[in-house]
Every structure is written in C-alpha cells, then in structure tokens.
Ligand binder design. Structure first.
Ligand code: UDP
Ligand code: MG
Length: 316
C-alpha cells in the first residue's frame, strides 16, 4: 500500500514564544510516525505566518533554512485563523494526499495524529479531533466554548460538538472545499457540510505550552457571531416572528382604543394619537421581518455555495 503524504498545516500569529518548541516537538513526532511506516517520507510541515507582529516569521524562515521538510508561508497581513489555515491547505493541495490542521500552541494533543492517520487509512475522508477533557481550560473558557457549540447546533449550524480546527482532511475533501466561495470561511461548519465518510478522535486538551491566547473574549464572540451569521438566517426570522407577534398585540390594542372611543372613555386626542402609533409600529416590525426574509434569500444566493457534491459515479 502506498503511504500517504501528509502535510501538517500550522497557523501562527505572534507565536515567537513557542514556535521553536512546537517545531522540535512536531519534528520528533514526525520522525517517529515516518519510521513506523504510517506516512510517506516526503511528508512535510507547513507553518503559516498570519501577519505576526513579532519574530514569528524570522523563526519560520530560520527553520526552513535548517530543515527542508519545513515549508513557510507568509501572509501579507493578519487575515485570521481560518484564512491562515485555508492558505496553507489550498497552496499545497496538489502536493499531498492528506492534511492535518493543528494550532501552533500544542494545546491539541499531537498523539491524536496517529489515530487520525489510522482512521484515514481505514477509509475516513475527514477525521475530527474532539476535545474530551477540558479540565485544563479555565471555568469560563470551558463554559463559553461549550455554550458556543450548543447555540450553534440549536441555530442549525452543523458543528461537531467540542471540535475546533484540529482535523484531518483527505485531498478529495479539500478539492470540494474549494467550491465554497465565501470569504468568511467558518471551517467548523463548512467541513461537515461537505460530507463523505468521517470519523472522530477524542483527545484531551492540554494547556498552552507558552505565550498567550490569541482569542480574547471579544474575538471569541466575534468568531461565534460570524459562525452564526454565515450559516443561519435564524436571527432574521426571529425579527419576523417578533413582528407578527407585535402586530397581533397591536390589533388587540387597536380594538381596545376603538371600544374606549365608542363608549366615550377617552380624553380628546388620545384615540387619534394611540391608534396610528400602535397600528403602524406593529405593521412596521412585521414588514421589516418580511424584508429580512428576502435579504436572507439574497444572502444565501450570494454565497454561491455548491448545491451538491458528487462523491463518485459508476460506469461513466
Ligand atoms: N491564529 C492565527 N491568526 C489569528 C489568531 C490566531 O493564525 O488571527 C492562530 C494561533 O497562532 C494559533 C491558533 O490560531 O495557532 C489558535 O489560536 P489560540 O491558541 O490563541 O486560540 P485558543 O486556543 O486560545 O482558542
Ligand atoms: Mg490555543
């Protein structure tokens, strides 16, 4: 059996504190799995510098000079974690058979890589790394992260619970990923949309080995919001529901105003003020929701996602 050529894609943003350690750890691990005949000898590791402001790129360049199994990619500015991953994957799609994306901070247990490769050999086209134990995360991080997955799933985004961006993808899957033309790539939601046979590997999330998180709360919230709005028009539909509800309440109030007017229970001017106010605010909200529905449709179309993906054909 031919061994798969594996490319490990590591996005790096201001990771000077840990990069050398990450390199030596991954390098040693690679040597081990190459020796055990799990991956081809020409498998490589690709560090993508996502517009770091520290010495990250200098370190990557230095590593590339010492070691020709290392590839360095430098983005022109900070494009964000997801785009950094995409850059490494798309650039080398033709040169490798399977791809694993992993954070630079060694929080994802690299020992899961072996299981991922084994599952890939057994035929899985996508292998999701799923965090089993999060006890190394702070209470807040754990709570916010887990709520994130629950809210996403409730809104109909097909995320895999507790899976971040530690995953293996076959080249075939990556080719299909290329047909998702949206700029805002929310990989955790998109990869499950691609389909194909998939599997999971559970690992324990470790502590960041050095440096600090590049995802402070504000960025985390923005990321979650991006994820929701790139997948779901549910928030917009909520406006419509609310509008219909408002309109119905307004109608009841309108009836009451009329009734009060007829029985003469009002001061002059009250009816003519209250009636248009309630009626129009109720119908306004409903109309806004309706417009939202159409904007939602435009938004779905504008993304230009593929309508289907053919896995294979027989007797072509
Ligand atoms: N990262 C990146 N660009 C960014 C932010 C982060 O490439 O704009 C990388 C970062 O270097 C790391 C990975 O994405 O390899 C995950 O970031 P981090 O570990 O800080 O996130 P956390 O694990 O705290 O959620
Ligand atoms: Mg991390």
């Amino acid at each position: 059996m031919n061994l798969s050529r594996l490319l490990l894609v590591v996005p790096c943003y201001n990771e000077e504190a840990i990069l050398n350690l990450t390199y030596s750890t991954l390098k040693a691990y690679y040597a081990g799995i190459k020796e055990r005949g799990l991956i081809a000898a020409d498998s490589k590791i690709c560090f993508v510098n996502d517009g770091s402001r520290d010495k990250t790129w200098d370190i990557i360049e230095e590593l590339c000079h010492q070691d020709d199994t290392i590839i360095g990619v430098k983005l022109s500015r900070n494009f964000g974690h997801q785009s950094a991953i995409m850059a490494g994957l798309e650039k080398y799609i033709d040169d490798f058979d399977c791809f694993i994306t992993i954070d630079a901070d060694l929080q994802d247990d690299i020992n899961a890589i072996t299981s991922m490769i084994e599952k890939h050999r057994e035929g899985a086209m996508v292998v999701y790394g799923v965090r089993g134990d999060r006890s190394s995360d702070s209470w807040f991080k754990r709570f916010s992260a887990e709520s994130f997955y629950v809210v996403m799933q409730k809104m109909g985004v097909p995320v895999v619970f507790n899976h971040a961006d530690f995953r293996l993808m076959d080249r075939r899957v990556l080719q299909e990923l290329g047909n998702f033309k949206e700029i805002n790539m929310f990989l955790r939601g998109i990869v499950p949309l691609i389909g194909f046979r998939n599997d999971k590997v559970v690992y324990n999330r470790l502590e960041r080995a050095a440096g600090e998180t590049k995802y402070p709360l504000s960025k985390m919230l923005l990321f979650a919001w991006n994820g929701i709005t790139s997948f779901s028009t549910f928030p917009m539909r909520l406006v419509l529901y609310f509008g219909v509800f408002n309109f119905m309440v307004a109608m009841v109030i309108v009836a009451y105003i009329f009734f009060s007017y007829i029985i003469g229970h009002t001061v002059p001017g009250w009816t003519s003020t209250m009636l248009p106010l309630t009626f129009f605010s109720g119908s306004n909200m409903m109309a806004l929701g309706l417009i939202g529905e159409y904007i939602g449709k435009i938004y779905e179309e504008v993304k230009g996602r593929p309508r289907y993906i053919i896995e294979k054909t027989v007797n072509e």
